[in-house]
Design a protein around this ligand. Structure first.
Ligand code: GLY
Ligand code: MN
Ligand code: MN
Length: 522
């Protein structure tokens, strides 16, 4: 069957939704209330550690492509959303810390514009919809800003998000001390600390995003044996999400068959499935700006080849053992190390690695195959913000273009893995800042990859690692491509809860092969 002939019929009813009804009801109840913007504002003020000042956050404006009357799909600024819950263009929010006063500044939509694009709420409607103390039209914002007392401090995210009225005012007087002071350094770290631990509303949103993604993964698995091209997995996944009111993906769908599964952020999604054993499907929608992030590796024929099954078993063990370690007080980098040790044991048994366990751990060679961080926070961003210190410790992290790579995005080279192994008592204070706390949501996404270019270009010539890899055996595993499993895990007071209910392990095989009676995961 060609891609064009593929039957896109899909089941819309909830018959396979694995979420327990009790949870769904309590989430429905939470989500029927307002997004808790005011509590978030107080949390941010607490993290700022000040008792006065004005937090000033700008939302995403309406944008057009250059020389076009079309624009990109709207995506709200996440820091703004955190303090407002508002998901349309042209708004600003201010929070007066001393007076505990959260004010939303919204655009006025002229009737002739609303005929074309629909209306936006009036101030009265917005006051009913959002958790703000006051709502005003944005045209009044300049007056508010210019009337702030000279002794005030305005907290903005970046220099380019300073209130323009104050910037003009200050450059006119050319002495910044004459007007309110603008602080552009403290707000972002304070908001990152606040965002790192999720409240019950955010947890309900992320659970809902995971439910929708899980239903879509299930539907793809049901249709897999009729599919012929990577593009069909993407199409069905996105269709199910959209039909369940999740209109955006948290990141571009990755549907990589065979060797394409060994490219971490593969995105072409247009190769035929024929000739490949596995397909890695990494896909997660967002729901009301909150992300999910889910990966399953599916056998294209309905059953794994012996080599693919062996790799999948190791990944399963890595994931299950790491999820079991998730609880308050644990350090994420130690859980990453544990995943690496499970991989060393498994790859030694298959003859892919050689030498002793100790030798391999001391050299960090496993990062030839387990090439990325174990996971990352999930929230308003799929790779959500970290508080004071990176999850995998600074020694193992990197910044790219001034932005700290978060968790999985860290390329895990042997050097970084060893730096993680050497973390000592001297870094105890820093370690403490990375400790897991109840309310955090992180992915656990171990993977093993056979990427020929990376293995042969980087490890084969290396005098230490080359000796610890059995290259003839590796050759036989290249067709496996990659294997990754990824769930979103909530850290709870007593341990953890897996928010992802997409079928995996035996249940996944049963769903692909249409074997009924397979119990959905709870
Ligand atoms: N989907 C991107 C990631 O797993 O981090
Ligand atoms: Mn992820
Ligand atoms: Mn992912």
């Amino acid at each position: 069957m060609s891609a064009a002939e593929f039957d896109y019929e899909f089941i819309l009813e909830d018959e396979f939704d694995a979420i327990s009804l009790g949870k769904k009801r309590s989430d429905d109840e939470i989500l029927s209330g307002k997004y808790p913007a005011k509590n978030h504002a107080r949390k941010v003020a607490h993290e700022l550690g000040v008792d006065k000042g004005i937090v000033y956050l700008v939302g995403e404006p309406e944008r057009l492509f250059p020389d076009s009357d079309q624009g990109p799909k709207f995506r709200q600024q996440r820091y703004f959303y955190y303090l407002s819950g508002v998901d349309y263009a042209g708004c600003t929010v201010t929070y007066d810390i001393a007076h505990d006063n959260l004010v939303l500044w919204i655009p006025y939509t002229e009737p002739k514009k609303s005929h074309w694009f629909g209306s936006t709420p009036s101030t009265a409607q917005a006051a009913r919809l959002y958790d703000a103390d006051q709502v005003h039209y944005a045209s009044d914002l300049a007056g508010y800003i210019t009337s702030l007392p000279a002794a005030a401090t305005v907290y903005a995210l970046h220099p380019d998000q300073r209130p323009p009225q104050l910037v003009q005012h200050q450059s006119f007087r050319s002495r910044s001390s004459d007007g309110p002071k603008i602080d552009t350094t403290a707000l972002k770290p304070a908001m990152n600390r606040a965002r790192e631990v999720k409240d019950s509303y955010e947890i309900a949103l992320i659970r809902r995003a995971n439910d929708i993604s899980s239903a879509a993964h299930r539907r793809v698995a049901q249709a897999l044996l009729r599919m012929t091209n990577e593009s069909q997995l993407q199409a069905v996944f996105e269709a199910v999400c959209t039909s369940r009111d999740a209109h955006s993906q948290a990141y571009p769908v990755i549907a990589g068959a065979g060797p394409n599964g060994a490219t971490l952020h593969y995105g072409a999604n247009n190769a035929p499935l024929k000739g490949s054993a596995n397909i890695v499907l990494d896909a997660g929608c967002e729901y009301r700006c909150y992300a999910s992030d889910v990966t399953r590796t599916l056998p294209i024929s309905g059953s794994f080849s012996p080599r693919a099954a062996a790799i999948s078993d190791i990944v399963t063990r890595m994931q299950n053992e790491c999820i079991a370690l998730m609880r308050p007080g644990k350090f994420f980098y130690e859980i990453h190390q544990h995943a690496g040790h499970v991989a060393v044991d498994g790859l030694l048994k298959l003859g892919i690695l050689r030498g002793t366990r100790e030798e391999l751990i001391a050299a960090g060679t496993v990062s030839a195959f387990f090439t990325h961080g174990l996971g990352h926070h999930v929230g308003l961003e799929v790779h959500d913000v970290v508080g004071d210190a990176p999850l995998l410790m600074s020694a193992a992290s990197e910044t790219v273009g001034g932005v700290l790579r978060r968790g999985k995005r860290t390329m895990m080279t042997p050097k970084k893995l060893l730096a993680m192994n050497r973390i000592s008592q001297a870094t105890a204070a820093e370690k403490q800042r990375t400790v897991l706390r109840a309310g955090m949501i992180l992915t656990i996404e171990p993977g093993l990859y056979f990427n020929r270019e990376y293995l042969e270009g980087f490890f084969r010539e290396d005098p230490v690692h080359s000796k610890l890899i059995e290259w003839d055996v590796v050759e036989r595993y290249y067709p496996v491509g990659g294997s990754r499993t990824e769930d979103c895990i909530l850290v709870t007071e007593s341990g953890h809860e897996n928010l992802t209910t997409a079928p995996k392990e035996q249940e996944l095989l049963d769903v692909i092969n249409g074997r009924h009676g397979s119990k959905p995961r709870k």
